[in-house]
Design a protein around this ligand. Structure first.
Ligand code: ADP
Ligand code: MG
Length: 344
């Protein structure tokens, strides 16, 4: 087993993307079906995430913003089988260290009564007031990086770009989470509101893809759904490794020479992750069918959690897959097959 400190060291909140993603993950872990994320002035003034999840129990108020506090891992062995998006207990405490954090929360048993909680720099509960809201939680992060002048200056300078980066990362959750009504909106310094992203809460992946990419972006996408037996194909011993692959890929009617590097999304068991080697492999296959440059990729790999290690970096976006090379090979073979069978 890994050392406990491995999962607790490092910095989680490095920019607006990680801040907003961590908050969204918390809402999803709390079972939310509706989440609204509001960026004020590109997030420089504030980011607010409001959900209809379970809410936070009063007995947890003191703990949630303390370093390493998590309600999601009961034993250390759970790390190997983690199904929740969060498990490191670092996001809220890191946010407290770099921003002002206010939480309003209510549970099923106390709604419409609620509590408004304010936390200090160290994640200690500073004040608790009664408030009102339905079951769920609103986390308001304001004045991010107020105590880190260099990062703050950088953020103010590149606010628009940083905000775009955050929206792209949130897109990956909007795409994969079926049954979630996600709204991401921006409010500028004059109070004008714009919707950046909105999903309907449909149970269909297709509907999410339509909401995020639009009807034009959907054209030329091929639904993908297959299973691979990695251990049988590569005669791997000592394990039975099955892989389900589900999502969308550009097909041959996708525009010639069109590039879609900003539309390559990988997921492992529904968790958005970076899989650069995988993107490269699929792109290589497309290049052999020479008129396609860079495909749209939206693929969820489903496999037994025992073959995955998500606990590699604090942002949980880099992961290790057992037999990665074999998985890539098998994927390339299958994508080649799918593509060859199309009428080019
Ligand atoms: P982690 O997600 O790794 O457990 P966090 O620092 O992100 O750590 O959150 C700490 C704890 O705060 C969570 O384990 C959870 O109990 C509680 N929490 C945070 N956000 C929410 C939310 N939106 N709804 C319900 N509980 C929450
Ligand atoms: Mg979390």
């Amino acid at each position: 087993t890994a050392d406990v400190h491995n999962i607790t060291s490092g910095q989680v909140i490095i920019d607006l993307s990680t801040a907003s993603k961590e908050l969204l993950e918390n809402s999803l872990d709390a079972g939310a079906t509706q989440v609204t994320i509001t960026f004020k002035n590109h997030g420089i003034d504030s980011i607010e995430v409001s959900d209809n999840g379970t809410g936070i129990d009063e007995e947890d108020f003191d703990g949630i913003c303390m370093k390493h506090y998590t309600s999601k891992l009961r034993t250390f062995e759970d790390v190997a089988n983690v199904r929740t998006l969060g498990f490191r207990g670092e996001a809220l405490s890191s946010l407290c260290a770099v921003a002002r954090v206010d939480i309003t929360t209510s549970t099923k048993s106390i709604q419409p009564r609620a509590y408004k909680l304010e936390y200090d720099h160290h994640g200690r509960l500073k004040s608790k007031q009664t408030a009102s809201r339905n079951c769920g939680t609103t986390v308001l992060i304001s004045d991010i990086f107020r105590n880190l002048p260099v990062r703050k200056t950088d953020l103010v300078k590149n606010g628009r770009r940083e905000f775009q980066k955050a929206v792209t990362l949130l897109q990956s959750y909007a795409l994969i989470k079926v049954g979630l009504r996600l709204v991401v909106q921006h409010v500028d310094s004059r109070g004008r509101k714009g919707i950046m992203l909105a999903t309907s809460g449909s149970k269909q992946l297709r509907s999410n893809v339509l909401s995020v990419f639009g009807a034009n972006g959907m054209a030329g996408l091929e639904p993908i759904d297959f299973r691979l037996n990695i251990s049988a194909r590569f005669k791997l011993k000592a394990c039975d490794m099955l892989l389900s692959v589900h999502g969308y890929l550009s097909n041959c009617s996708f525009g010639k020479g069109r590039s879609a590097t900003d539309r390559q999304f990988w997921f492992v068991n529904g968790r958005p992750v970076k899989l650069q080697q995988f993107s490269k492999a699929i792109t290589d296959v497309y290049k052999t069918f020479n008129h396609l440059q860079c495909p749209v990729i939206l693929l969820d790999l489903e496999l037994d959690p025992q073959f995955i290690d998500v606990n590699v970096t604090p942002d949980k976006r880099t992961i290790f897959l057992h037999n990665e090379a074999a998985i890539i090979e098998a994927l390339k073979e299958r994508v080649t097959e799918i593509f060859s069978s199309q009428d080019i």
